[in-house]
Design a binder for this molecule. Structure first.
Ligand code: FES
Length: 227
């Protein structure tokens, strides 16, 4: 695969003749041989190149930490898909970062289930603890706090997600304290499967086969604050 050239495709909010906003040097916008092989595999999995957009965007985010316009264009050029299409995908999903974030992005769910169980208590506690408000990043670049919609783990509310990855369930302030200590030590929380009581009979106590069955359920906390 040849490395893509920059600036040859259109962007949706582009002004003809003007280059995209740059955040990386040309020398940085290069795939390694292994990455090129991976991208070629992605492309081969779909009938058209559009199918590979999400996977290559994800690779780009992991490589560059975020997806500014020049990286989006780099992806567009790589898989020969118009910038507008790649931009549309990148801006539709909140999991793609269009602005710089902290090393750890904490998505605190404040949707209905988590809200009544203290989602906002956890959000406000984190804001106070880290000295930032939701949407902001700590000065040391370690943490970004975000308010999130339902992450599909309502049965273990309140919960949060760390950088598009592990969920941390049944949050308490003490659990949040421990999480921050761990993350500062570069220790990510492990995957944790949570079983719901209604799964007990039909599924033998666990929705997943790769974890221990849960035998005790936590009583959800009650919110102190709703917003
Ligand atoms: S309401 Fe929080 S995970 Fe569903």
């Amino acid at each position: 695969m040849t490395q893509p050239t920059n600036g040859s495709l259109l962007q949706p909010d582009y002004v003809p003749g003007e280059p995209v906003e740059r955040h990386f040097a040309d020398a940085d916008l290069v795939w390694t041989d292994d990455e090129q092989k991976q991208i070629a595999t992605f492309r081969s999995e779909y009938p058209t190149n559009d199918g590979a957009v999400m996977k290559v965007l994800w690779m780009a985010q992991n490589k560059f930490s975020w997806l500014p316009p020049d990286v989006i264009q780099f992806v567009a050029n790589t898989i020969e898909v118009p910038y507008a299409k790649v931009y549309g995908v990148a801006t539709f999903y909140t999991q793609y970062f269009k602005e710089k974030k902290g090393k750890f992005v904490l998505d605190i769910c404040t949707c209905f289930g988590c809200q009544v169980c203290g989602g906002y208590d956890i959000l406000h506690y984190l804001e106070e603890k880290l000295g930032i408000e939701k949407g902001q990043t700590t000065d040391d670049g370690l943490f970004t706090i975000q308010e999130a919609e339902c992450l599909g783990a309502c049965g273990s509310a309140p919960m949060l997600q760390v950088t598009n990855g592990p969920y941390v369930h049944n949050l308490t302030k003490e659990k949040v304290d421990g999480l921050i200590v761990d993350l500062k030590a570069d220790k990510m929380p492990g995957f944790q499967s949570v079983t719901l009581p209604q799964d007990e009979t039909d599924l033998g106590g666990n929705r997943r086969s790769d974890t221990e069955a849960v035998t005790e359920y936590q009583t959800p906390p009650v919110s102190e604050t709703i917003h």
